[in-house]
Design a protein around this ligand. Structure first.
Ligand SMILES: O=P(O)(O)OC[C@H]1O[C@H](OP(=O)(O)O)[C@H](O)[C@@H]1O
Ligand SMILES: O=c1cc[nH]c(=O)[nH]1
Length: 515
């Protein structure tokens, strides 16, 4: 059917059809049509929305990404027909049924993900299929390679290229903001791409965005790294392993991070930037992605194995994940805490020790420190102020203000302090509940939102002393977070009354109502 185009400023790969035209070409809302540009001969598949009134019959509303793909002008005539169903839906179905996917099948799926051929529900089906039917190591390797092949890669003229990545899962894990400048200050190259929050309340890209822009092209990432030695950018904007951000968009609301997806997501980003020396942080703890050290060692072997398959040397660090890193959760609070350490703060020790340990591993792997000396070398770079100096260069090259100080970063104006209801020890500090609380307060989208933990697990508190403060940029968000806090009770002080559930049938003094 021939239809006349009308441009519509909507940012997805769709078209708007009059219900009458849709009936004639036998498509319904959510189906695909193929739209062909007569002049160039190019065609594109697009998802259908229908309307009875917004456009007349004979006209097709073309959303911007669709229009760009077939390069068609407003008012031009296009040929529209019902599109064939993508073959990759059968591959996804195969995975849903618990079968293994071959290399070509995986590559075809990832191409369709990157080309926006799959609808959000089809993409979700793929992620859920790999969550419920875990990928074996061959499938993980195929997925990793497919994620790299469908994006851009960096090619530095010399080695080593060093990188680190955390699998996440522990709140407050702001260590990249310390490790990257330490490694770059040691004279190494570290083109760090990070994701936004996946299961947490603030990913490294969310934190860095407090200090500088994080959206750059692959070429810019390479140029900035060559100039100052390191960057901290958002992988989702780079076209480096571009499928990754699409997957994370699906995972984020469910707070899931399937093992095979996680391995591929992390290692595809390392491979694509050309890293040959990689350290992986695996936080271990009851409320994290890895519940115990045995599982952590298994995952470490998988990262190392995958690294060998891809020609990268990988070392893993199992780290303490029972409690948050440092005292803060949320973009501004975390960026402020990390910057304060670069400026010379000697606390929090959990943040400093973890960052120096990981940086030390990379310094030893690269030969910048003798075996066993990595921690001390990293410490010297931090305490000498060279890491701060390097961080300012990184902030500046990314377009931020290098004169920023931790004191100048102000978290959300709406605050609520939760005090200890009894004297005792903090016996429970539930990571997952703290993340839910910070998300309810608005993190990571609201940068000032988050939680400051005054008393971590094992700390003795007196009745009335602060345990944590919730921050929000908007008042209604603070209210939401407090409701979430009441429901989840993220912190428990030994001896405190958690809740009182009254009997339904007994009145005062033991009288039975209605008896
Ligand atoms: O939201 P959850 O699941 O905790 O983890 C996601 C975070 O972990 C990784 O950190 P980094 O980039 O190595 O610093 C990711 O890039 C992301 O920022
Ligand atoms: O970058 C990351 C980190 C953790 N998990 C992922 O899937 N990707």
């Amino acid at each position: 059917m021939k239809l006349t185009t009308k441009s519509i400023d909507i940012e997805n790969r769709g078209v708007l059809l009059h219900a009458g035209d849709a009936r004639e070409i036998s498509v319904r809302d959510g189906d695909r049509v193929e739209v062909k540009n007569h002049i160039t001969g190019e065609s594109v598949s697009a998802f259908v929305d229908t309307t009875a009134s917004l456009i007349p019959q004979g006209v097709i509303g073309i959303y911007r990404p669709t229009q760009v793909r077939i390069d068609v002008l407003e008012g031009a005539e296009v040929e529209v027909r019902a599109a064939d169903r993508p073959a990759t839906l059968d591959f996804i179905r195969k995975k849903m049924d618990g079968l293994r996917l071959g290399k070509e099948e995986t590559l075809a799926i990832i191409r369709d993900v990157v080309d926006d051929v799959l609808s959000p529900s089809e993409l979700t089906a793929y992620i859920v299929a790999t969550y419920t039917n875990p990928l074996d190591m061959d499938e993980v390797e195929h997925l990793t390679r497919a994620m790299v092949e469908t994006g851009e890669q960096l090619h530095f003229p010399s080695y080593p290229i060093v990188d680190k990545h955390s699998i996440g899962g522990v709140p407050g894990n702001k260590i990249s903001l310390l490790i990257v400048p330490i490694i770059a200050a040691a004279g190494l190259k570290i083109p760090k791409t990070s994701s936004r929050a996946i299961t947490g309340a603030a990913g490294t890209a969310d934190l860095m965005e407090v200090l500088a822009p994080v959206a750059f092209s692959a070429l810019e990432v390479q140029q900035m790294t060559e100039k100052v030695g390191g960057v901290i950018v958002w992988g989702g904007a780079t076209n480096i392993a571009p499928a990754d951000d699409r997957f994370i968009t699906v995972e984020y609301p469910f707070k899931i991070d399937a093992r095979g997806q996680m391995l591929a997501s992390v290692m595809a980003k390392k491979f694509a930037v050309g890293a040959n020396l990689v350290a992986i942080d695996i936080p271990v703890g009851e409320h994290t992605k890895v519940p115990n050290a045995d599982e952590g060692r298994k995952l470490a072997r998988e990262f190392i194995d995958l690294g060998e398959r891809l020609g990268m040397r990988v070392e893993c660090a199992l780290t303490y994940g029972e409690s948050l890193v440092g005292h803060t959760i949320g973009p501004k609070l975390e960026a402020r805490e990390a910057l304060a350490v670069l400026e010379g703060a000697t606390e929090p020790t959990s943040l400093i020790q973890k960052s120096l340990s990981l940086a030390g591993i990379l310094l030893e792997m690269s030969g910048k420190a003798a075996p066993g000396q990595g921690y001390a070398v990293a410490q010297e770079i931090l305490s000498s102020g060279r890491a701060l100096e390097k961080m300012k260069q990184i902030i500046e090259v990314q377009g931020g203000d290098p004169s920023v100080t931790s004191a100048g970063i102000v978290p959300g104006e709406h605050q609520f302090v939760v005090n200890a209801p009894a004297t005792g020890y903090v016996v429970e500090l539930n990571n997952k509940a703290l993340i839910s609380l910070a998300r309810a307060a608005g993190a990571p989208q609201d940068r000032g939102a988050g939680v400051y933990i005054h008393a971590k697990k094992g700390t003795q508190v007196r009745s009335g002393e602060p345990i944590f403060t919730v921050y929000a940029d908007r008042k209604w968000r603070l209210q939401k977070a407090l409701e979430e806090g009441r429901r989840l009770m993220p912190v428990v002080v030994e001896g405190m009354l958690i809740d009182r559930v009254p009997s339904r049938h007994w009145g005062v003094g033991g009288d039975v109502h209605g008896a």
